[in-house]
Design a protein around this ligand. Structure first.
Ligand code: NAD
Length: 485
């Protein structure tokens, strides 16, 4: 049986009290490994290791940081078949879909981070005091706490670790209990092989239900100067409240209830393919998944007929089998939530146009119309392969419907007229809008993040420099200056 331990100060260590839990395959239920079930005390040890490693790492030449990141990208690519397999077995990710997508994305993210080592460029500032040289210097902040979800385990763990490290910070990372290896400990192996010094990256795992004490330590320990959190809005809100009490800055990348607008001039063949991809990739377990298909009445009948046929044809089953589009949901509880919300909507008058059934640990790709506005499906993010249709009269109503949510992560607008799309993009309350594309997409250099209850702060490119460095005003007097007394 494989055993995964914490990675603290360069050592693979058991939980302080020796506790473990079982990491399971969400499709087969098979136990993949036993994992260290960490406690607050383990998190404290990890913070202390990161704190001790910070002075040397923050002074390491950018060329050396860059070398390590380029080496890490090569090592990941060398291990790509193994990693894609692990994404399927640990997180239920279809190998020939979201698994390969993640594997294609992350080497680029690491190489982008390699360039970040040279990005904290300062400023020389005009001063009104004669003989004063004034500068704005960008310096690493110290220890960064990083908390990830399981759903895009490889991308999101890499994203939470890479920019902070490349910018000269040290990191304590906490993966999800559902993806301790491929969304966490894998990076300890890869970066250790790439030559990252001991203590610069530390990873603490925990059993289901054990996240809160580790989160509390990261928020409250004075050495942790910044946090980044990717996960649900409910958890992010709790973390932000605690971070506020401790006056800590935190990047929050939270849930979405993302609209895809299908306007009356959209190409319907393209709209059907884009909608199915946006709604059902990775069983709809993506923060950017298209959950609300807002379609103009003039094209609604034809669009829905074609989309329902496509949805009904998406193969459900083993994520490791070629041709599977819909694999398992991550846990039985997630399956119950999805099935329960569809049932509640149907009891309130919703119509199921395709899908709507469980298949083992999977839930069919599902298309629903006439969802009651007060149902949970209509109001909150439902992390599964369920898309709801809203039929509207014209673009103004489409924008109003799209914005009628507490969330604001990603959106798409399908129209035959890109200028019309640009004008509407300006009116959508979302951190990310794609014209003539569906909402799911990312590139490492883009400013990724949401508005409203989808969070604040941005990963990606220059945005990450702002998040994970401190801007420091430093002056030097060339001589003496006069004082009034
Ligand atoms: P989650 O909020 O349940 O868990 C996310 C992480 O928070 C996990 O590591 C979990 O162990 C940890 N956690 C749970 N309780 C905690 C606590 N009290 N203190 C500290 N940490 C705690 O979310 P999930 O189910 O793992 O992931 C799915 C959610 O993440 C969805 O809402 C999805 O939209 C969102 N998400 C957002 C983005 C984005 O970039 N905006 C990306 C992916 C996923």
């Amino acid at each position: 049986m494989t055993e995964y331990r914490h990675f603290i100060g360069g050592d693979w260590v058991q939980a302080g009290d020796g506790a473990t839990y079982e990491d399971r395959n969400p499709y087969t239920g098979e136990v993949l490994a036993t994992v260290a079930a960490g406690s607050r005390e383990d998190a404290r040890r990890a913070v202390e290791a990161a704190q001790a490693a910070f002075p040397a790492w923050s002074q390491t030449a950018p060329a050396e940081r860059q070398r390590i990141f380029l080496a890490a990208a090569d090592i990941l690519e060398r291990r790509s078949d193994e990693v894609v397999g692990l994404l399927a077995s640990e997180t239920g990710c279809c190998i020939y879909g979201f698994g390969m997508f993640q594997m294609g994305f992350v080497p680029g993210l690491l190489r982008q981070a390699a360039a970040l080592a040279y990005s904290p460029i300062g400023q020389v500032l005009p001063s009104d005091l004669p003989g004063t040289m004034a500068m704005g210097l960008r310096r690493p902040v110290g220890v960064v706490g990083a908390i990830f979800p399981w759903n895009a385990a490889l991308i999101l763990s890499a994203r939470g670790i890479a920019a902070p490290l490349a910018l000269g910070n040290t990191v304590v990372a906490k993966p999800s209990e559902e993806s301790p290896f491929v969304g966490g400990l894998l990076w300890a192996e890869i970066f250790a092989e790439a030559g990252l010094p001991d203590g610069v990256l530390n990873i603490v795992t925990h059993a289901p239900g054990g996240a809160a004490p580790i989160g509390e330590e990261l928020v409250e320990h004075p050495a942790v100067r910044r946090l980044n959190f990717t996960g649900s809005t409910a958890t992010g809100r709790k973390l932000a409240e605690a971070a506020g009490r401790n006056l800590k800055r935190v990047v929050l990348e939270l849930g979405g209830h993302n609209p895809l607008l299908v306007l009356d001039d959209a190409d319907l063949d393209y709209a059907v393919d884009a909608s199915a991809f946006g709604a059902y990739l990775h069983q709809g377990q993506i923060c950017m998944s298209a959950r609300r298909l807002v379609v103009d009445r003039k094209v609604a009948d034809e669009y829905l007929e074609r989309l329902a046929a496509k949805t009904a044809g998406l193969a459900v089953g083993d994520p490791a089998t070629p041709g599977t589009i819909i694999g398992p949901l991550i846990t039985t509880q997630a399956l119950e939530t999805v099935a329960g919300r569809v049932a509640e909507a149907v009891a309130g008058g919703a119509r199921v146009l395709a899908g709507g059934e469980r298949v083992g640990n999977c839930y069919q790709a599902t298309l629903v119309a006439d969802v009651p506005p007060d149902s949970e499906l209509a109001r909150v993010e439902t992390f599964g392969p369920v898309a709801m249709v809203e039929v509207v009269d014209g673009a103004d109503e489409a924008v109003a419907r799209a914005n009628a949510t507490d969330y604001g992560l990603a959106a798409g607008i399908l129209t035959g007229d890109p200028d019309r799309g640009m004008a509407l993009a300006d009116r959508l309350q979302a951190g990310i809008v794609h014209v003539n594309d569906q909402p799911v997409g990312d590139e490492p250099q883009m400013p990724f993040g949401g508005v409203k209850d989808s969070g604040w702060g941005r990963f990606g490119g220059q945005a990450a420099v702002d998040e994970f460095t401190e801007l420091k005003w430093v002056t030097v007097q060339s001589g003496t200056r006069p004082f009034p007394f």
